[in-house]
Design a protein around this ligand. Structure first.
Ligand code: HEC
Ligand code: HEC
Ligand code: HEC
Ligand code: HEC
Ligand code: HEC
Ligand code: HEC
Length: 455
């Protein structure tokens, strides 16, 4: 009995001593591997093989300063502003394709670098290009595992504490039975009860106890806070799309307005994704692209039933024989691989992968922001006109919404939507008069009320 008790205590003390090391986010190649898979694998190999971005083997030797490398990985666009010649050259070599920004701590990035330095066996993730979307889907900026472990450990510690306590009283009872039989004095409370002793010590050393408690609670809630803030955050999410549609080419180079394709954005809650018919307004004529030739544009034709040889739609396209169509587009393309890629589009819809998605309990309205609030698309979505492939630029967290509502002024004076409000302010001068220089922010019209954003 006594032994069991001693062991339980030892384990307990061991656990408590072990706790802090779990609460520190440590640099580990194992964690780095997870982070790499979630955030980087869709563009990089850990070997020296080039993918969307450079092969990362030996990358630390290419960067003389680790601080610069960390800064680059966290936000390469910002880093480029420093004018660093190596980075600029690299950026140009990769045709100015941008690496998304990451919300990663130094330790997390160091973990990734540790993994890159020693990736073990599966150095060449050959599947990275095909399951890129899946990898990115899990692509929250992580760190949750550690927290989970911490909580589990604390749970175990509490259980053990309770166990030790009851073991204590059981063993005390047994000891007392023995002493009673032997005619000895029953044992005193303090001599055996660790918990009681601890409590007594705590009562005597209130100040030290308070400090320990604050540090413990602080460390835990910081970890919890960080974890909660990163749950479901998909910043940088960039899934592979079925057609290599480039905003950079269409918006940046050909100056097509966002609203030409996302035509509902000023009228309704959601911005629509254009249908293939909208693409066809131009692609009846534009049959080849600068980068992929006919290959990608033919996917649109296969979806809508366009015959690019006769420049007309097939009649009764839905009823045509799929195999015949496959061989038609195959011979039009004259390339087996491209033909195979086009085949799934025949007689079907283009299934774009959704990138931005708020949880169901949150309400966001585009028209309110774009039309009424006059917020630019780029404020929330980044420089889409420079993106070859769209990725999620902003975190889309509640904190992100709220921060902007605290800082951004409502366009009430110049916007017809607020004419009545403006009128009201004029009429109630004095009572409601705006103080000179005071910002009339979204917060002031109720932009921080829970019910505005939650059902
Ligand atoms: C969307 C694609 C993409 C993702 C995701 C991505 N990168 Fe990159 N990365 C690039 C490209 C492209 C470059 C080349 C420079 C440029 O064009 O900006 C690059 C360059 C780099 C470089 C410099 C390489 C060298 O040779 O000096 C490092 C280091 C790097 N990335 C690390 C990472 C890490 C770590 C992650 C994950 C946290 C990551 N990248 C995620 C596309 C990506
Ligand atoms: C020629 C048509 C076209 C134009 C012009 C265009 N887009 Fe798009 N946009 C698309 C298509 C198609 C998709 C879906 C495929 C993709 O994500 O690349 C898309 C996707 C998006 C997405 C991601 C949607 C999601 O799933 O969350 C955003 C954000 C976006 N566009 C913003 C813009 C902005 C901002 C502009 C103007 C600067 C713009 N688009 C101009 C066609 C267009
Ligand atoms: C105030 C920030 C903000 C602005 C400004 C903004 N968006 Fe969005 N956008 C979002 C959010 C948030 C989502 C996710 C909405 C959801 O899941 O309900 C989104 C989603 C989208 C989508 C995916 C479809 C959808 O509606 O869910 C497209 C496409 C898009 N935005 C295009 C645009 C275009 C084009 C503009 C400019 C005309 C624009 N956005 C301006 C925040 C913004
Ligand atoms: C307003 C006209 C217009 C619309 C609408 C339009 N495109 Fe384009 N698209 C172009 C032009 C112009 C080019 C580039 C031709 C060139 O530079 O040789 C192009 C090129 C392309 C390419 C070839 C890329 C390459 O590098 O090979 C693809 C793929 C493409 N568009 C897909 C789409 C899709 C999908 C849609 C509908 C969502 C669409 N486009 C809507 C005008 C348009
Ligand atoms: C870049 C700044 C910005 C961001 C980010 C932003 N908003 Fe807004 N929001 C505004 C502005 C400006 C208005 C005021 C529009 C107007 O004049 O009515 C507004 C208004 C609103 C309103 C109406 C408030 C009212 O009292 O009528 C709701 C609801 C709202 N936003 C939800 C959201 C949600 C949800 C998000 C995050 C997903 C978000 N907003 C992110 C700038 C922003
Ligand atoms: C300006 C818009 C806005 C306002 C105001 C707002 N929220 Fe949110 N809230 C959001 C968005 C957007 C999300 C989803 C964030 C995400 O998925 O990361 C969210 C998420 C949440 C969640 C879930 C957390 C999670 O991790 O999914 C809770 C709980 C919540 N909000 C409570 C509140 C309460 C309580 C208030 C009022 C004090 C409030 N919200 C006000 C936009 C808002």
């Amino acid at each position: 009995m006594r032994n069991v008790l001693r062991h339980a205590r030892l384990v307990l003390v061991g656990l408590i001593l072990a706790l802090p090391s779990y609460m520190r986010a440590e640099v580990s190649a194992e964690q780095g591997k997870q982070l790499f898979k979630a955030n980087c694998a869709r563009c990089h190999y850990v070997t020296d093989k080039r993918f969307v971005g450079p092969g990362l083997a030996g990358v630390q030797d290419r960067w003389s300063d680790e601080g610069n490398l960390l800064a680059w990985i966290r936000n390469s666009s910002d880093y480029l502003k420093t004018g660093d010649s190596y980075a600029t050259k690299l950026f140009e070599e990769y045709n100015g394709s941008v690496m998304p920004a990451f919300q990663l701590s130094d330790d997390e990035i160091k973990s990734i670098l540790a993994y890159i330095a020693d990736p073990g066996e599966e150095a060449a993730p050959a599947t990275a290009s095909t399951d890129g979307a899946a990898a990115a889907e899990g692509g929250q900026t992580g760190g949750g595992d550690n927290t989970l472990l911490t909580y589990i450990l604390i749970g175990v510690a509490v259980v053990l504490l309770i166990l030790a306590r009851s073991l204590n009283s059981v063993s005390k009872a047994l000891e007392n039975v023995r002493r009673e039989k032997a005619g000895e004095e029953p044992i005193q409370e303090e001599s055996i009860n660790v918990v009681g002793k601890t409590v007594a010590w705590m009562a005597k050393n209130k100040r030290i106890t308070a400090v320990i408690a604050i540090v413990l609670v602080g460390a835990l809630s910081y970890k919890g806070f960080v974890a909660l803030n990163t749950i479901g955050v998909y910043e940088g999410y960039q899934p592979k799309q079925p057609i290599a549609f480039s905003h950079k080419l269409h918006v940046g180079q050909n100056k097509i307005e966002c609203q030409y394709c996302h035509s509902t954005v000023e009228k309704s809650r959601h911005a629509n994704i254009p249908s293939a018919n909208v693409c066809m307004n131009c692609h009846k004529a534009v049959q080849e692209g600068p980068q992929y030739g006919k290959n990608e544009i033919t996917k649109i034709y296969a979806a809508v039933g366009w015959n690019p040889e006769k420049n007309e739609y097939f009649k009764d396209y839905a009823k045509m024989d799929k195999e015949e169509l496959a061989s038609f587009y195959g011979s039009y393309l004259g390339d087996e691989k491209a033909a195979a890629a086009v085949e799934p589009f025949i007689q079907s819809n283009i299934e774009w992968v959704q990138i931005h998605k708020l949880p169901d309990h949150a309400y966001f309205n585009h028209a309110q922001h774009v039309k009424v609030g006059k917020v630019e698309c780029t404020t929330c979505h980044g420089e889409v006109g420079e993106m070859e492939e769209v990725y999620q630029h902003s975190p889309l967290t509640m904190g992100w919404c709220i921060n902007c509502h605290r800082e951004t002024e409502v366009q009430y004076a110049t916007n017809g939507y607020y004419e009545r409000l403006h009128q009201y302010y004029k009429e109630h001068k004095g009572e409601y008069e705006m103080r000179e220089g005071q910002a009339f922010t979204v917060e002031k019209i109720g932009g921080l009320e829970c019910s505005k954003c939650h059902y």
